[in-house]
Ligand binder design. Structure first.
Ligand code: NAP
Length: 299
């Protein structure tokens, strides 16, 4: 119902469902009202979840969802960035209020720093001048340092809470892990100074699946309200963030990419025929950046 509320009672089905959110490719045709983009232009985008996905030769997108691809990247490289980039942008820029001119004196902590969102978030924060502490496992240490992390904590080497408590307090925490982390990690923030804890791991979809749309949304609203108030009483801001499709935000990300401040981090590239294998790899976890599908076998 959430995916297609206007056609809930009509016959037919959206299946087979096309998976994939990221796309980088060439504009084939434009709608009559589209003047900003022209056929033949190279563009990139992350398509919203209520539309068919991108693992196909042709993808339909709205003009406000796409952006001109960074010139310095191949399509394979560009396809690794929009979804994680826009998710990190939503969390840090839109919800968290961080930006180029207010980050230079900020201490930022990123949990799950070695994955898709984490590797992008480290680079965004370094591009804006923040001090970044990354939490990941030991084998990702070199990767996150190469991306600019100032300090790296191995969550598998003993008590991660004690390791982090030994460091100065933080202004901002991005939580890509959720679970028990958010029970103790907010203590690592400075109190009464506008410090913010943003979680990307929310019960929204689980609640809707379990309770239905209305009760699920209600339950989710109650949970976020309760958590926000509880943390506000302790002197910190607690928020959830969600991926937001946006061509204009991708334009800003493309500028950072072409300036050499953000680089794609690609774990593995699969051909279209190998899509099941690619999903199996993603399901196994331990991502180091992104898994990309090359649909056309061109770069
Ligand atoms: N709210 C939204 O709209 C939205 C959008 C996108 C993603 N998300 C959520 O955000 C989270 C991150 O997404 P992603 O795409 O970056 O995932 P990902 O690519 O799978 O990365 C997760 C990373 O975390 C590491 N990790 C696992 N347990 C850890 C721990 N306890 N401490 C530190 N690192 C740990 C993993 O490596 P090791 O296991 O090897 O350590 C992996 O590198 C996911 O939960 C995803 O569902 C939410």
């Amino acid at each position: 119902m959430k995916r297609d509320p206007l056609h809930i009672k009509s016959s037919g089905s959206e299946f087979p469902l096309t998976l994939g959110r990221d796309v980088s490719g060439i504009v084939m045709e434009c709608g009559l009202d589209v003047s900003y983009f022209k056929p033949g232009e190279e563009v990139w985008a992350a398509i919203p979840p209520w539309k068919q996905g991108t693992l196909s030769e042709f993808v339909a997108a709205s003009a406000n969802e796409i952006s001109r691809k960074p010139q310095s990247l191949s399509h394979t490289e560009a396809a690794s960035l929009p979804y994680v980039g826009l998710t990190a942008w939503s969390a840090m820029r839109q919800v968290g209020g961080l930006k180029e001119d207010n980050c230079s004196n900020k201490r930022v902590l990123i949990f799950g720093a070695s994955g898709g969102v984490g590797t992008f978030a480290i680079q965004l924060m370094k591009a804006w001048g923040a001090h970044v502490t990354a939490v990941c496992s030991q084998d990702a240490n070199e990767l996150v340092q190469r991306l600019g992390a100032d300090s790296v904590i191995d969550y598998k080497a003993g008590n991660v809470k004690e390791q982090l408590k030994a460091l100065p307090l933080f202004d901002f925490i991005l939580d890509n892990i959720g679970g028990s982390t958010e029970e103790w990690a907010p203590e690592l923030l400075k109190k009464w100074s506008g410090a913010t804890y943003i979680s990307l791991v929310t019960p929204f979809l689980v609640n809707v699946d379990r309770l239905g749309v209305a009760d699920g949304m209600l339950q989710t609203g109650v949970t976020i309200g309760r958590k926000a108030v509880k943390h506000l009483c302790k002197g910190i801001h607690y928020r959830w963030a969600f991926f937001t499709p946006s061509g204009p935000y991708l334009d800003e990300i493309a500028t950072l990419v072409d300036a050499g401040k953000i680089h794609p981090v690609i774990d593995q590239v699969f051909s279209f025929a190998e899509v099941p294998k690619a999903f199996q790899k993603v399901e196994e976890g331990h991502a180091r950046g992104k898994t990309v599908i090359n649909v056309t076998n061109k770069k």
